[in-house]
Design a protein around this ligand. Structure first.
Ligand SMILES: Cc1cc2nc3c(=O)[nH]c(=O)nc-3n(C[C@H](O)[C@H](O)[C@H](O)COP(=O)(O)OP(=O)(O)OC[C@H]3O[C@@H](n4cnc5c(N)ncnc54)[C@H](O)[C@@H]3O)c2cc1C
Length: 383
């Protein structure tokens, strides 16, 4: 018997187990893989920003930023945190208008983000291609951390708080009686619990369907890579929101990690739907062209590793968080799209508090805007 079963030791499940245990709950965390972070979390490139255009994401990521930036001091372990900011360079009047249009919302939420002219961008992104560069935004409190170091540190902290880890065990079914959750059935046993939190990433829909709870999450695949370390020259994570001239990519982002590696990723266009995690032969040549187009001096970079993972997408690009209306005690923290690492800790702290007390740290209306019962028609100005 446990108080709460968390399904999935990923970007949301791991910190949720940690905060639930901190709230005094007896927590069992089940993951089908042999170790933590083997789903999408290990594919993330570690970007963390609060500079979104929607208040709920801003508030949750502000909480995450506080957690990432103070983690080493509080917990004593290195997670590769680097407060280098996020920079969105701009090459077209349309993109300039888009980014400037969301600055006022961002300033209302006390985000330190400013518009810089082309000279300002050249200073923060040394070597940037200035051909057509108009300017861009820089948000100095955003940053980067290592998903694997953070997962490892969270696992250690969870163990110290008494979280019972069940690796290599697959949840097959949610168990409910009289519309109330009573636990989960795994491929090994039934685990009896008062509460269940579904944090199973791209697999969340299948699990929720076992108690007829509709969860519109679908996998969308993305590739990434990392270079050998080079001398530190780049502070911010850079997001190039232009579609690629080759017609295969939407936005493209890259940064230099705390240990000097260049880490990079793009959004394929059109989207590649599904769970296929095999690297494609076109990723490296395509991203190389995008990288050298924006920072030509990176031409001697040595690439160390490429990988492919999935974004657990929702129809409106916002996560699905809260209690399920039809099965009491069954909660969701799923559909984190391409932002699960940055939202993970803030979301986890809130859902843990919500499960144990019915209250959240972020404003109630913001939390409610992520509810499973919303209509999914909203569209974000800048994803
Ligand atoms: C290339 C790439 C780059 C990215 N970069 C960033 C970034 O810079 N910043 C950012 O914020 N986000 C980034 N992301 C997105 C981020 O990785 C995801 O949003 C996040 O990992 C989703 O978190 P999750 O907890 O929902 O799912 P996951 O991290 O996938 O965790 C779900 C867990 O559930 C387990 N599970 C599934 N089914 C079952 C079952 N039946 N029984 C037991 N366990 C189960 C899985 O094994 C997995 O461990 C990136 C993603 C990719 C692919």
């Amino acid at each position: 018997m446990t108080d709460v079963v968390v399904i999935g030791a990923g970007a949301v499940g791991l910190p949720s187990a940690y905060y639930l245990a901190q709230e005094g709950m007896k927590v069992t965390l089940v993951d089908k893989e042999a170790a933590p972070a083997q789903g999408s979390l290990k594919a993330a490139i570690g970007g963390v920003r609060a500079t979104h255009s929607e208040p709920a994401k801003i508030a949750i990521c502000q909480d995450s930023l506080r957690i990432f930036s103070t983690w080493k001091e509080k917990v004593g372990t290195e997670i590769g945190w680097k407060r280098g900011g996020y920079c969105f360079p701009v090459y077209s009047p349309q993109d300039e208008a888009l980014l400037k249009s969301i600055l006022s919302v961002q300033h209302q939420h006390n985000l330190r983000i400013d518009w810089l002219d082309a000279d300002g961008i050249k200073k923060v992104v040394p070597g940037i291609n200035t051909d057509g560069l108009i300017g861009g935004t820089l948000s100095i409190d955003d940053g980067q951390a290592s998903p694997l170091l953070f997962a490892s540190s969270l696992t250690k902290e969870c163990k110290e708080l008494g979280v019972d880890f069940r690796f290599g065990e697959t949840v097959e079914k949610i168990l409910a009686r009289d519309d109330r959750v009573v636990g989960v059935k795994t491929d090994k046993e039934n685990i009896v619990a008062d509460y269940v939190l579904n944090a199973a990433g791209s697999q969340a829909t299948l699990i929720a369907a076992t108690v007829d709870v509709p969860v519109p999450v679908s996998p969308d695949s993305h590739e990434a890579g990392v270079s050998m370390p080079i001398e530190h020259f780049l502070e911010p994570l850079v997001v190039d929101i232009r579609p690629g001239p080759e017609g295969k990519t939407a936005n493209f982002y890259f940064g230099q990690t705390h240990d000097g590696s260049i880490i990079f990723c793009y959004t394929p266009s059109p989207k590649i739907l599904g769970e296929d995690r095999r690297c494609t032969s076109e990723f490296l040549p395509t991203i190389t062209r995008r990288l050298l187009n924006i920072i030509p001096r990176l031409k001697h970079l040595v690439i160390r590793r490429l990988w492919r993972g999935v974004y657990p997408m929702t129809p409106d690009g916002f996560p699905i968080v809260g209690r399920t209306p039809s099965v009491s005690g069954f909660y969701l923290a799923v559909g984190l799209c391409g932002q699960g690492f940055m939202m993970g800790p803030g979301l986890a702290r809130n859902i843990a508090h919500y499960i144990t007390t019915g209250k959240t740290y972020v404003a109630t209306d913001l939390f409610a805007s992520l509810s499973p019962q919303r209509d999914f028609t909203r569209q974000e100005a800048l994803e």
